[in-house]
Design a protein around this ligand. Structure first.
Ligand SMILES: Nc1ncnc2c1ncn2[C@@H]1O[C@H](COP(=O)(O)OP(=O)(O)OP(=O)(O)O)[C@@H](O)[C@H]1O
Ligand SMILES: [Mg+2]
Length: 327
């Protein structure tokens, strides 16, 4: 069974770095792995020094690793075109223009981006069979995490819509009885069919996220990141999606004990401040800290990524139902 692992966190904390490193660990453990990124800046391409696209592509130099980059803007456009095509085929010509305008407007609203992204996530989850592990490097805003909390919400909303639609069809059928044969339209109703299809999608997503997925949050040892993580934890908690662990990235390395001077003093002070924050994170946030990663001198790619991967104390071999190893 494929397992889905999500790495979330504020912009720039190291999600792409950590998800890529985690994916390498999975490959090392013999798991067929796919990394899915939604980063508009295409940083997965930077990390592996290779272009990726909308479909999974093997990562050169790593057997068993593939990557896929979702372009959220493109997804919104595709989503809009798809909806237009589907609705236009069901509407009278006079309505088409009106509906097009409405759809264009709906796609400018906050939430459209998330909805399109969500659809693509579900597509990836549905076609994930060739992989043992799918690693999602989620986009910088908290919205991707909120999005994951949506299935339940959307499901009950769709149920209400379906109920309304059924009632109006029912009334329509009854209304005709006086004249002639009762009109039977419920079975072939395209709107009802579409709502039903959406509902199944949400059910699948909700079930998969709850049963075969693990969530990790990446953070930095600073106040802003701690607060943001607290908020994300609340969101995921409300959605009953427990966070399995926290990854604290960009810790300051300790200077050697015999080193003196301004640089060494600065580093010692930073190390002490970060140690206090790390203690606070461990004390106040519920999920365990499953990995701590020091700041490297250079950007993390190539052999440096393997070095970070070796540092990552997340047990990749465990199934989604088990807890990650804590230190
Ligand atoms: N431990 C580290 N040491 C040195 N550089 C790091 C470390 N972690 C991340 N970086 C660098 O910091 C930058 C941001 O990291 P990364 O792209 O992984 O963050 P992100 O959370 O994915 O960002 P975004 O929110 O923009 O997608 C990258 O250039 C990366 O190489
Ligand atoms: Mg990123």
């Amino acid at each position: 069974m494929t397992e889905f692992v999500f790495f979330g966190g504020k912009g720039g904390v190291g999600k792409t770095t950590v998800s890529s490193a985690y994916a390498l660990e999975c490959v090392d453990a013999g798991l067929e792995t796919l990394v899915v990124s939604t980063d508009p800046a295409h940083s997965t391409a930077d990390v592996f020094d290779q272009e990726f696209g909308d479909e999974p592509r093997p990562v050169e130099g790593y057997d068993g690793l593939s990557a896929l980059e979702i372009d959220p803007e493109q997804e919104v456009q595709d989503h809009l075109q798809g909806l237009k095509r589907q609705l236009n085929s069901q509407l009278s010509a006079a309505m088409v223009n009106e509906v097009d305008v409405q759809l264009e407007m709906a796609h400018q609203t906050p939430g459209a981006y998330e909805a399109a992204l969500f659809d693509r996530f579900v597509d990836v989850m549905r076609s994930a069979e060739p992989y043992d592990r799918v690693v999602f490097d989620t986009s910088p805003t908290g919205s991707t995490l909120r999005l994951l909390a949506l299935p339940e919400l959307l499901e009950s909303w769709i149920e209400r819509l379906m109920h309304k639609r059924e009632r109006s069809i029912d009334l329509y059928e009854k209304a005709a009885i006086g004249n002639q044969e009762p009109r039977r339209v419920m079975d072939g109703d395209p709107i009802l069919a579409r709502l039903r299809e959406r509902k199944e999608r949400f059910e699948f997503a909700g079930e998969t996220l709850r049963e075969n997925a693990a969530f990790y949050l990446v953070m930095n040892p600073d106040e802003l990141s701690i607060r943001e993580t607290e908020r994300s934890l609340e969101t995921l908690d409300e959605a009953e999606l427990p966070v399995r662990g926290l990854v604290v990235n960009r810790l300051t390395p300790k200077p050697n004990p015999d080193e003196e001077g301004r640089g060494a003093r600065y580093l010692r002070q930073r190390v002490a401040t970060e140690r206090d924050r790390l203690e606070r994170i461990e004390r106040e946030l519920a999920p365990p800290v499953v990995a701590t990663i020091e700041t490297r001198v250079e950007e993390v790619r190539g052999s440096l990524l393997e070095d970070v991967a070796a540092n990552l104390e997340i047990d990749v071999g465990s199934s989604a139902g088990e807890r990650a190893r804590t230190e």
